[in-house]
Design a binder for this molecule. Structure first.
Ligand SMILES: [Zn+2]
Length: 367
């Protein structure tokens, strides 16, 4: 993020800030965090490289209540606007700026619904930007999720193209293909790269969500998306890699009672944790496929898991790997459809036993 940040600092320092910028990076990347930090830097009364945290402007922007900093984001409900959810929004971004839209809609109590930025919201944007600047030199509208703007977004074009004096638009979006091209073409693009694995691992540890070993596993699985890593690590009470290997080893063994106990334990886990187990399973099998195709150097697993993956794959062929992928993939979807967990885990365990045994009967142990 350092390069993007340095460029933004320079823009602010030289006072040549484009009036509309689009921070483009996955939800769960640093895009929202960068835009928020940039807004605070511009509003700060000192001219340092970071918000000074002591001036009156910083004290307000730190709590997201600065009168010149306006927010716009998708909400659920035709007549509702961002103003109806400002307190919830402040909580949402204060917790961490890596949330997914689904997390946001969940926080509004509507996990399974999709919000949008509606006509009423567009009217309100006009209104917000017609206020005179209260304190500083700029007023800022930070709009999160321009992909949730329908055709109504075209109402904003003129405003974005020729905004009132000293007005800045900071748009934060993830998918350029889903943003109105007319809006896209009017914004200066700030491309935000995905996080690197060590950055994710470090952040998870800093948030006390995972230890050193666990955080690396989540980082691999989240593939550059810190929001996803935070989600995975916060729903899982146990180290997922250990759990998967224990499960595979127990399925391989002939110990029925032990397997039944494990099935019961897996079935009692929360749904999100069950999902993360299957997601990690899929990831693990794909890493095994790398080993199978002689590309062990490309494997992204910690040493213990990598050794286990290479040992296992020595005895599996591509058809078996494909069977396992299908099995995990279907299970993941069944969990999402609220399948009976105990029946599901028992079924998958029996099928895994068959798959692993077929090819591994000469291998004494997967350890
Ligand atoms: Zn300040």
């Amino acid at each position: 993020m350092d390069q993007e940040k340095a460029e933004l600092q320079q823009l602010a320092r030289q006072d040549r800030i484009p009036h509309a910028q689009l921070f483009l990076g996955d939800f769960g990347s640093a895009a929202l965090g960068l835009a928020l930090a940039f807004a605070r830097l511009v509003l700060c009364e000192q001219s340092g490289e970071e918000p000074c945290e002591t001036c009156p402007a910083c004290l307000k922007s730190g709590r997201w209540i600065h009168p010149d900093l306006h927010f716009s984001f998708p909400v659920i409900g035709e007549k509702k606007t961002s103003n109806d959810f400002l307190t919830t929004w402040r909580e949402f971004i204060s917790q961490h700026p890596y949330g997914q839209p689904s997390d946001w809609f969940g926080k509004m109590g509507e996990e399974n619904k999709l919000g949008n930025i509606n006509v009423a919201e567009c009217h309100q944007i006009f209104q917000k930007l017609s206020y005179t600047i209260v304190e500083g030199r700029y007023k800022i509208l930070l709009l999160w999720g321009p992909e949730f703007l329908g055709k109504e977004g075209n109402r904003l074009l003129k405003l974005i193209e020729e905004p009132p004096q000293n007005t800045l638009f900071l748009l934060v979006g993830a998918d350029a293909d889903r943003i109105l091209p007319t809006i896209l073409s009017r914004c200066q693009l700030v491309k935000v790269r995905p996080f690197r694995d060590p950055e994710i691992a470090e952040a998870l540890q800093a948030l006390s969500l995972a230890g050193a070993h666990e955080s690396t596993t989540w980082a691999y699985l989240a593939d550059g998306n810190l929001g996803q890593a935070i989600h995975l690590s916060s729903v899982s009470e146990r180290p997922v890699a250990d759990l998967l290997l224990t499960w595979l080893r127990t399925c391989y063994s002939d110990k029925g009672p032990k397997l039944m106990l494990l099935v019961e334990k897996l079935a009692r886990m929360g749904r999100e944790e069950q999902k993360s187990l299957f997601q990690y399973g899929l990831y693990f099998i794909r890493q095994m496929a790398l080993a199978w195709s002689d590309r062990s150097d490309a494997i992204r697993l910690s040493e213990t898991e990598k050794t286990a993956a290479i040992k296992m794959v020595n005895t599996l062929d591509l058809d078996r790997l494909q069977e396992m992928i299908t099995l995990f993939d279907e299970s993941l979807r069944s969990i999402e459809r609220n399948a009976n967990a105990k029946i599901l885990f028992l079924n998958v365990s029996i099928q895994l036993h068959a798959v692993l045994r077929d090819q591994m009967r000469f291998i004494p142990s997967m350890n």
